[in-house]
Each structure stands twice: as C-alpha cells, then as structure tokens.
Design a protein around this ligand. Sequence first.
Ligand SMILES: Cc1cc2nc3c(=O)[nH]c(=O)nc-3n(C[C@H](O)[C@H](O)[C@H](O)COP(=O)(O)OP(=O)(O)OC[C@H]3O[C@@H](n4cnc5c(N)ncnc54)[C@H](O)[C@@H]3O)c2cc1C
Length: 487
Amino acid sequence: MIVGNGALGLFLADELMERGMGSVVVVGPGHRETGASQAAGAMLGCFGETTTESLRTDASRTRFELGVAAHDRWPAVLTKLEEFSRTGRPLQSAPDTHVVLNSIGAELDTVNFKAMLDALDQYGKPWEEVDPHEIPGFNPRLDTRSLRAVHLPTEGAVDARGVLAALEARLHDAGAVLVDQSVRRLVSSDDVVTGVELDDGHLIEAGTVVVAAGVHSESLVRTVSEDIDLIPMFPGLGFAMMARRTGGDPFRSVVRTPNRGFACGLHVVPQGGGLEYYGATNRLVDSISGVTWMADVRFLAQYSMQQLDERAAGHEVVQWLAGNRPVTLDGFPMIGWLPPSGLYLMTGTYRDGFHCAPLLAEHVANELQGKPGTIDPMFTPTREPVVTRTIEWSISEYVEHNLAAWFETGAEAAPQMTTTQIAEYYRTRCVQAYDQLGIDYALGPDILWYAQGSLLGARRIRRYLRSHRGGSETRARSVDTGSGDAQ
Ligand SMILES: Cc1cc2nc3c(=O)[nH]c(=O)nc-3n(C[C@H](O)[C@H](O)[C@H](O)COP(=O)(O)OP(=O)(O)OC[C@H]3O[C@@H](n4cnc5c(N)ncnc54)[C@H](O)[C@@H]3O)c2cc1C
C-alpha cells in the first residue's frame, strides 16, 4: 500500500506494477490539494538548479548526483507514459532550457551561474552561451535585461498534471487499485504496521505501507508512534500561475534565472496549447495550506513582466497553483524503512522531487523487494541531520540570499547607505538569530529565515537540535573560528 498520490507515490506504484509485485493499492485524494506535484513546473533540471552549494561537500554532491542520474530515466519514462496521456499535447512540454543571468538579483546570481557552468563542465554536459536576444519569447524590460544566457539543450520540462494523469491511467490499465480517499491513521499491531484507516473509517490491510504523502508524511507516521526520531520537515509553500498567452512570441524552452533569494529562481515553462507556467515562490510556513499570499502574487506577476516578458501583463491567468514542498531540516530527502516493521517513508524531496521520482521509485522498489538499493543510504529518515556548513558559512549564505531578495524586490534604504552596510545589518540579525536559537548546527538560509520569523518554527528547531547534536553551548566558538569550509 502506498499512501500518497503525488509523483513519488504514483511512480513507485508504476515501478512495482511493472515488476509484477502482486497487488498495489494507492490511497490519495483525487484533488491533491496542498500537494507539491500538482503545482510543480516539473522542470527536469539538475544543472539549471546548481548553486555554489551543490558540489561543495560530499553529501551535497551525492544529493546532486541523484538529479544527474534521474535525468537519464526520463526519455524512457515519457515513452511509456505517452500512450496514456489524455491532454492531446506531448507530455514533454519543453525539450530545453535557457538560464539567464540578469542584474536585478545580487552577487548570488553570478556565483550560482558560474557554479552551474563549472558543474556542466565537470559532468561533461552540453551547454552553449547564447545571445539573450535570440531566446524565443524572452522579452524583459530593459532595466532587468539579461547580461548573459546559456542554452542547456538536454534539460527541459514535463507537463506535471499530464504526467500524473497518465500515470493514473497506466496504473488503472495494469490493475492497480487507486483509492480516492485520505488516510486518517496508520494501523499497527505488536510494533508491526498492518494497514491504514481511511477518513471514512474503512480499514485496509497491507503487508507493507509506504508513506509518500509529501509534507503530510510526518504527521501520518506519528499516528503509529510518537517516538520515531524523524528529521523535522516543514511546508515550503509555493505559488505559480498558469497563463494563456494573448500576444507576442511564445516561449519555446524553459527560461529561468539561477536559484536565488531563498527560492528556485524565476521561471517560465511552456505548456503547449498557448499556455505558459510562471513560477514559483517559496515560503517556509508553520502549517500546510493551499492559500496564496498576496505578496507572492505581486512578486510573481511583477517579476514575470519585468524579467521574462513584459507582454505577460496582458496574459490571462487560467489557474492559480499552490503546493507545499516537503522541506527537511537539513535539506536532504528522507528515504528508508522506519522502526515499526512494515513501514517505509519516501519524502523530503524539496524542489526537485518530480524530476527525481522515477529514480527514487526504482530504489524503493528494490528495497521493498529485499534487493540492494540504488542510491546512497545516507538519506535514511532517522539519521542525524547532515552537516554541510559551519555557522560562519551559514551566516554568509543568509546575507547573500537576503541581498538577492533585497535588490530583486526593489527594497530601498537611505541613498547614502552602502551595500556593505545592508549586508552588515543582515549579518547582525543573523548572529542574533543564532544567539536566540542557541544551536550550533548550521542551518540553510531558507530554514534560518523561517526560524527567525516564526516562534513556533524556532521552538521546534531548537527542541529537535537540543536532543541531537547541534544544540550545545559551543556555538559562539564556531562563529568566531569558522573557516567557511564544510565540516
Ligand atoms: C510551486 C512548486 C514548483 C515546483 N517545481 C518543481 C520542478 O520544476 N521540478 C521538480 O522536480 N520539482 C518541483 N517541485 C517540487 C516537487 O513538486 C516535489 O518535490 C514533489 O512533487 C514531491 O512529491 P510527493 O509525491 O512526495 O509529494 P506531493 O506531491 O505533495 O504528494 C503527496 C500526495 O499525498 C496526498 N496525501 C496527503 N495526505 C494524505 C493522506 N493522509 N492520505 C492519503 N494521501 C494523502 C496528497 O493529496 C498528495 O497528492 C515544485 C514544487 C512546488 C510546490
């Protein structure tokens, strides 16, 4: 039994059916509200997502290489799914990507752009510098025009909603059971998980239960035991818009900025049929929801018009998409068996889970069959949080992300104030945040931003880290002496 009908759950079900692993049941509400997969731009991007962090430590390199390996799976995935597609358009909505470096962000864009080119060269992947004027559809306002652009000929995107529907059709065809319901709780007996209870009270028995319910996974797992020592997970609420183009040249490739300012970069993904997906915001929040913040609507609409295509102002928004990315404390996925026998967890994929889903499905299917897994065992859900940075490094990263957001949002300081002074302000705030948190585990910029703005979040992070490594009183020392290198 698989609990959760997002990309991870459905790709796993498909893999299990293909392997002839008996009866597979997937439980999940058809509307998928608050789920990440239904809101995803589904860029199949690993190099477009590169940041200075991607290859800096062994752990982040291992994570990065999941994306590289996942990429190779997609041509075969699309071939097998295409015949089940009902959209009337190819499931691959864009074959390639242009990454643009414009001046509205800050230094973060430049260093991430460079990190991407270095990574492409290291892995021997094709790329070509192009004249930004030559990118079909790309028509930013002059004050945010692009300084450089590269073409990634093998990184495109798929139609997320079309792929989910095609997977469901293929599963029906193969005889899998899809239950349009939610699971209220997991059921166990003598420390063995034996099935689930649905919201309507029905029980379904199962020999093995895989929880792949995205950001809902943690609370579901807790229904069987409060004592499972999971890495904390937070909802990364994201907003995107599906718009019908009303004039001008359409985009024919994904066009995006590098990852920046706590988020995944501004991007447009052509969908076919005159539709374009504009995305995406990212805001870590206390509780899962499907709402959209007005600030995020402004952000996305204004920056799409400024930085991607000024004619987008006249486009017709046909759908608002909101979903919650499953974001773990250390930023790494949670994949593996849990202590009650018969329970497996598969989540925590943050911003590239759609892309990685076919690869993860192969790994999990192997583990369910008792075969060796295909990915590194470091992603086990009950691990100690992975350490990839020092406190000093974390503070610098936080400052860089805030500066990027400062300039992109057009924030203004007194005219005589220098960038160094703004950076110093963020640095001071960050040092204060660490002092208040009283932790010596170095957080990523997005988690730190969240912990700083949410009492609930800060408490949860502090409580967890104090019961693990990372909550000791040695933090001050690591601020003073941190070299910036990963530990
Ligand atoms: C705006 C946005 C843009 C993104 N863009 C990209 C991108 O370009 N490329 C990329 O690779 N990734 C992208 N992502 C990230 C990606 O969507 C996620 O990493 C991935 O989809 C997670 O898949 P999942 O199946 O684990 O979770 P989800 O998609 O959240 O699926 C979980 C499912 O479980 C169901 N569920 C919840 N509770 C229960 C319950 N109690 N019982 C039964 N079912 C339940 C939900 O309805 C949901 O359908 C984006 C995410 C967002 C929000």
